[in-house]
Design a protein around this ligand. Structure first.
Ligand SMILES: C[S@@+](CC[C@H](N)C(=O)[O-])C[C@H]1O[C@@H](n2cnc3c(N)ncnc32)[C@H](O)[C@@H]1O
Ligand code: SF4
Length: 388
């Protein structure tokens, strides 16, 4: 980015930590997750993460970290002692806000009851549970290691441990799922009143078992019926869709995910983790990527070669990347936010903005851009307009 766009400002900073192992790989999953063969290399991995974090510190001196997200993989395979060591190490080298949201993803099949209390004592203040469904037949079909009973027990254990920020991940449009079954899953989840539910339509991702051997998914009519039923159930329970798949009650939106979607900055450590850091001195945005394979990442401890790539986002890409994230959110976009986060003048996007308005995907005035309900429905088309 050239100095002709002097407005690039520092956005809030988050930290993402990737913990890549799972008990077994789910057939639909294309995340950087790997079946754990043998013993979890807990201590060496935590050590590697902390050395890795040190590499990025010179780029963020003096900045406060507002949220931490431990994602996977299955972070709940790690003991509370290991998570405590990791968090203390993080807090010792970055300026961690005392109000920071600190999330850990947990799999209902990997946590015994007392573990959640120990996570809370270690400093975790938000749990994201991969429930997916309460229906054991569907869970088996999804290759999950837990059943409906485990799902209920995990939620109860997290609530009993005293967490007041809890997300439940549910997937819908599952093989052989009817709209009634989908509603039954959602109703059971909403009964726990956790305040946050991520409701993901199952997608068949390339290079997964489901892509190779596709299951029969609900037809279009059923998918539409599921959308309508779930919208009604969420609204009745007091939840709003603040993001395309994330529903929350007031005050429960995920601060970490909001920062991603608002094109904030984040350090990304751990196997395959991505980061984005604004460098005001050079008026550039840097993207970072760590070595993907856990084994190679661990071996990188020897010479601190964790980073696979550091690149500057080109001016041509920055507007697309901003809108790709930002249009996921329902909240209007202030033009000043666009200018500060991208360092671009609004005239740079006159063309795609005009096309999106003409298609009824957004409404625009001098202050802001508002995604219409049509824009939410055809989100991919809206995002694509900014690719050119
Ligand atoms: C990174 S995964 C980690 C959560 C944790 N490992 C677990 O599965 O319990 C986050 C969430 O993405 C969702 N997800 C993963 N693959 C998906 C797919 N192909 N389609 C829809 N949702 C998916 C699941 O709901 C999952 O809980
Ligand atoms: S447990 Fe989660 S991260 Fe692991 S394979 Fe299954 S969906 Fe992917």
């Amino acid at each position: 980015m050239s100095t002709s766009h002097p407005k690039l400002a520092l956005p809030p900073l988050s930290l993402y930590v990737h913990l890549p192992w799972c008990v077994q790989k789910c057939p639909y999953c294309d995340f950087n997750s790997h079946t754990l063969n043998g013993t979890l290399p807990e201590a060496p991995y935590i050590e590697a993460l902390l050395s890795d974090l040190a590499l990025d510190l010179p780029h963020v001196w003096g900045r406060t970290v507002h949220s931490v997200f431990m994602g996977g993989g299955t972070p709940s395979l790690f003991s509370a002692e290991a998570i405590e060591k990791l968090l203390s190490g993080i807090a010792a080298c970055v300026n961690l806000s005392p109000m920071a949201e600190i999330t850990l993803e947990a799999n209902p099949g990997t946590v015994e009851h007392d573990r959640f209390e120990a996570y809370r004592e270690a400093g975790i203040n938000r749990i994201s549970l991969g429930i997916q469904s309460f229906n054991t037949t569907h869970l088996t079909r999804l290759g999950r290691i837990h059943d409906g009973n485990d799902a209920h027990q995990a939620i109860e254990a997290v609530q009993q441990a005293g967490f007041d920020r809890i997300n439940l991940d549910l997937m819908w449009a599952l093989p052989d799922q009817t709209p009634e079954m989908m509603l039954d899953d959602l109703t059971q989840a909403l009964r726990y009143d956790t305040g946050h539910v991520s409701h993901y339509q199952l997608t068949l991702e390339p290079n997964t078992v489901f892509a190779k051997h596709p299951p029969t998914l609900p037809d279009e009519d059923d998918v539409i019926a599921m959308m309508e039923l779930s919208e009604r159930a969420f609204h009745q329970a007091g939840y709003s869709p603040y993001e395309i798949s994330a529903w929350a009650k007031p005050g429960h939106a995920s601060q970490h995910n909001l920062n991603y979607w608002c094109f904030g900055d984040y350090l990304g450590i751990g196997a395959g983790a991505h980061g984005k850091i604004t460098l005001p001195a050079t008026q550039t945005i840097m993207r970072t990527r760590r070595k993907l394979i856990p084994h190679s990442y661990l071996s990188a401890s020897q010479d601190q070669s964790f980073v696979a790539e550091r690149i500057s986002v080109s001016e041509a890409d920055v507007a697309f990347e901003y809108f790709l994230n930002r249009f996921r959110l329902a909240a209007p976009i202030a033009w000043t936010e666009f200018e500060e986060r991208t360092g671009l003048a609004r005239a740079c996007v006159d063309g795609p903005i005009a096309r999106a308005v003409a298609l009824g995907l957004i409404e625009v005035d001098d202050n802001q851009i508002v995604r219409t309900s049509r824009g939410a429905q055809f989100l991919n088309d809206l995002q694509q307009l900014f690719l050119d």
